[in-house]
Design a protein around this ligand. Structure first.
Ligand SMILES: CC(C)(COP(=O)(O)OP(=O)(O)OC[C@H]1O[C@@H](n2cnc3c(N)ncnc32)[C@H](O)[C@@H]1OP(=O)(O)O)[C@@H](O)C(=O)NCCC(=O)NCCS
Length: 172
């Protein structure tokens, strides 16, 4: 069973092990592959509004996500999340559970939409999963990501409205 609960300070050593292993791949996130522990803590714990964990019955960390406003002020009703699942738990629906949880949590917190700023185009598993969960590719950033083995590859901006009310008329 997958339990999704808030991060606690005592989770940090195990969570950092997961973050470090994922960033080290240099194929999914822009964070430096040799990121320091302090910088990882800042990125995943300090900057976000909240950090959640998916844990097993035994208490092992299976995955994690953070949530934060994507912009300040007049853009702060759109949130941004980052997700990560341990390699050993891949393909079991952990990311799906985290993403669905994050959407409910976001609406509870008053967000109206969710934006992923930087989905690496060669991260096919993630792109397909986000599309499957209702996120549209709304932009392509040519060569924006320096992939560890493929060199410069594109990144996608992906977006999903969570509160379906008509937007104000766009004068353009
Ligand atoms: C991308 C990532 C988050 C996917 O995590 P995951 O937990 O393996 O994803 P899920 O299991 O929820 O879904 C993956 C696939 O498995 C399928 N799946 C879901 N439940 C399943 C189950 N019980 N058994 C088998 N497969 C299942 C899903 O349908 C999905 O298939 P699809 O892509 O064809 O829709 C994970 O590989 C990861 O953390 N990668 C490194 C970091 C990263 O890329 N983060 C995202 C940045 S945008």
């Amino acid at each position: 069973m997958i339990i999704i609960r808030p991060y606690e300070a005592s989770d940090w050593p195990a969570l950092f092990t997961l973050l470090r292993a994922t960033f080290a791949g240099g194929d999914t996130y822009v964070y430096p592959p040799d990121i320091s522990e302090a910088d990882a803590h800042q990125a995943w714990i300090d900057i976000p509004m909240a950090t959640l964990l998916a844990v097993s019955d035994a208490g092992d960390i299976l995955g994690t996500y953070f949530i934060r406003p994507n912009q300040p002020g007049l853009g702060s009703h759109v949130c941004n999340c980052g997700y990560m699942v341990a390699e050993a738990a891949a393909g079991q629906g952990v990311a799906t559970a985290l993403c669905e949880h994050s959407q409910r949590f976001a609406v509870e917190m008053g967000f109206r939409a969710m934006q992923y700023n930087f989905v690496v185009s060669t991260n096919h598993r993630a792109v397909r999963l986000w599309q499957h969960l209702g996120y549209a590719i709304v932009g392509r950033l040519p060569g924006a990501f320096l992939h560890s083995t493929l060199g410069y590859v594109d990144a996608f901006v992906m977006f999903k409205q969570l509160v379906l009310e008509p937007a104000a008329v766009d004068p353009l």
